[in-house]
Design a protein around this ligand. Structure first.
Ligand SMILES: Cc1ncc(COP(=O)(O)O)c(C=O)c1O
Length: 413
């Protein structure tokens, strides 16, 4: 279907909508985007502009000493510095750019683990962690999963510690916040304990980087992976891995870095050791703009706003009959992710009705985290997941709640 057809269909259908706020200035429908856990939308205007300007400017970092190449190099440096400041890391060279969190996680796990190593993880990991660990298991790595509580989504620290101490453990990998249940795990306690026990501590910060203040240094995180395209507000195709000083990782990919070109060996120094090939400079320019936006707005302010939205959603959903919310009912214990189901209804059908009848975008199903669904008892159908973002309005939340109520009472079919 051509783009204009989509808009035409949208305009025809919008008459069924009880709200007028989802029309843009041209009278075209503007879907209500509540899938920020997948990727944030909209991005700040400065992000779109930065991507475009960088594409127009040209130049490739580390690939020349002319003006454009040097500007590109500066852009990378500034983006790394912004990340270092945000996560309280003294040396920004320890941030490796990646196309997404998945690649960053793969670099960490495949770069670190060897046959015979033991890894402890949880039952609420995204496939970005679960699948590489499964592949490593086939290569002789011993992987142990500690279940999270089905009701709260919280990992029990006592049993986690017991499992870690049962045999020599090299690494603990934890999802800071489940992209299904939304529960935040206590990183500080885990990091401090891992340090005492000399167990390396890796965090998948995909749902929390940019949404919740994280101090990587004082928390004692050794490896931290996150996408640039979720709460850091950058474009898709961006992500990073932080590697603490002293941690050796074998590169996942070998190739040109623009440095030490005379040698056929991968450079030893960071970030080049783990970062080769031409980088996504426009994407990283967008990420830099997203990071500046966060710095100027203040993560605490954004967190407060998202907490307000999550509280409203939890209260509203809780009032709807035959609706089950998974995970804690207290907003403070969550990131901006809520999974729920309507009794007797297939989540896929609910998602379809929301999209087709109400122009509401949410994600339904397993959310690339089948283990998390097995944990809370929603496998294989999954859940309906609503995830507001910094730009979500109160009116959009109210409209969404009304739509769910309508679906639950079969007023929308
Ligand atoms: C918890 C978690 N980990 C990893 C990922 C993978 O992120 P990316 O798509 O940037 O690789 C996601 C994305 O949804 C996620 O929610």
């Amino acid at each position: 279907m051509h783009n204009s057809d989509v808009l035409l269909v949208a305009r025809v259908k919008v008459k069924y909508s009880s709200a007028s706020f989802n029309l843009n200035q041209a009278g075209h429908v503007k879907p209500i985007y509540l899938d920020n856990a997948a990727t944030s939308h909209p991005k700040p205007e400065s992000v779109y502009l930065a991507v475009m300007e960088t594409m127009r400017a040209g130049g490739s970092p580390g690939r020349g000493s002319y003006r454009q190449a040097m500007d590109a190099e500066r852009l990378l440096f500034e983006t790394r510095e912004l990340l270092a400041e945000l996560f309280n890391v003294p040396n920004s060279e320890r941030f490796i750019f990646a196309p997404n969190a998945t690649m960053a996680i793969n670099q960490a796990l495949f770069g670190l683990l060897k046959p015979g190593d033991r890894v402890v993880t949880t039952s609420i990991e995204h496939n970005a962690v679960a699948r590489p660990l499964r592949a490593l298991e086939d290569r002789g790595v011993n992987v142990v999963k500690v279940p999270a509580d089905p009701a709260t989504g919280r990992v029990d620290l006592v049993s986690l510690k017991q499992v870690c101490l049962a045999l020599p453990t090299r690494l603990l990998v934890v999802n800071h916040c489940s992209n299904v249940i939304g529960t935040i795990q206590p990183l500080e306690q885990l990091g401090t304990w891992c340090r005492q026990q000399k167990i390396l501590f890796m965090v998948d910060g995909s749902q929390t980087a940019g949404a919740i203040p994280i101090d990587v240094k004082t928390t004692g995180i050794d490896l931290f992976a996150a996408p640039g395209h979720k709460s850091l507000l950058g474009p898709q195709g961006t992500g990073f891995l932080y590697v603490a000083e002293g941690i050796e990782l074998a590169p996942l990919i070998y190739g040109g870095t623009g440095s030490n070109s005379h040698s056929d060996l991968q450079p030893e120094g960071f970030p080049e050791r783990l970062e080769c090939g031409t980088l996504n400079l426009p994407g990283l320019a967008g990420l830099r703009a997203g990071l500046i936006y966060l710095q100027q707005s203040g993560i605490e302010q954004i967190r407060c706003r998202e907490l307000e939205l999550v509280s409203k959603l939890l209260a509203g959903l809780n009032n709807i009959k035959n609706l089950k919310i998974y995970g804690p009912l207290e907003a403070e214990q969550r990131c901006a992710v809520i999974s729920f189901n309507l009794e007797g209804r297939d989540p896929a059908e609910v998602g379809y009705l929301l999209d087709q009848q109400k122009y509401i975008s949410v994600r339904v199903g397993l959310h690339c985290a089948p283990d998390a669904h097995r944990t809370i008892g929603t496998y294989p159908e999954g859940t309906i997941r609503v995830s507001p973002g910094y730009a979500t309005t109160d009116a959009e939340v109210a409209y969404f709640l009304e739509a769910i109520d309508d679906i639950s009472q079969a007023r929308i079919k």
